[in-house]
Ligand binder design. Sequence first.
Ligand SMILES: [Zn+2]
Length: 283
Amino acid sequence: MIAKRIPTILPEMTFEESLESTKIHSIAGKLSSDMPLIRTRPFRNPHHTISPISLIGGGRNPKPGEISLSHHGVLFLDELPEFNKNTLEMLRIPLEDKKISISRVNSSITYPSNFMFVASMNPCPCGYYGSTEKACNCREEQIKRYLNKVSGPLLDRIDLHIEVNSVKFDTLNPETPSIDSETIRKRVNLARNIQYERYKEYGFFTNAELPPKLIPKYCKLNDKSKEILNSAFNNFGLSARAYTRILKVARTIADLDGNSNILTKHVAEAILYRSLDRKYWGE
Ligand SMILES: [Zn+2]
């Protein structure tokens, strides 16, 4: 439910983004006459039985895969450990490069794949590990095998890990005040504008695109923050990639907060979102 709503809080598509997505859908033969132009951010959620070619793209006459169909939108993989491990590993390059090259006999073809990657998984095969509702009946090695289906390097490329407890039906009160997507989208747009102004001279527009050489300039930390981050790095066995990703997430949290400096609380929050490193893959 949460994943499906992510496109509704992302900034609206620009005309250029809309054209790019439309082109890809057209090449894939997925444009319908009642939707000649893609105007809303794509949300793709392929089933875990998907083949590598359908996910990444390819074939005799190379067609874009799900990663390109979700360009400028969201690719959601539900029940991540159920996917074929080798298929999942193929996501690593496009997640890094934002594009995918598909080789053919005499040439290669490149499709863009700048998508937001969202995935969900259970804590164990039965789904109740750590639950207060019901006992988990999985054996330890079963849990290990299940979690190991998501590799460390893939996990490394996921910035925000959020643990969600199951919601009891009787707590779903329609009168509970909730924030609507439009309100959240306004905050997102404000943060995006700050980033646009900050980076426009470089030709990129978001913290996610911040190249390593500019990180020291735009992700300055105070001494206390450095201390917290270094201790997280040592205690959880974080990779260098996770380290820079935490810095960028902290930058974004500060932007959402309307703060030009990254404060210690922003770094602490960014570290909290790496809970899976801590739980399953950390030391
Ligand atoms: Zn279990």
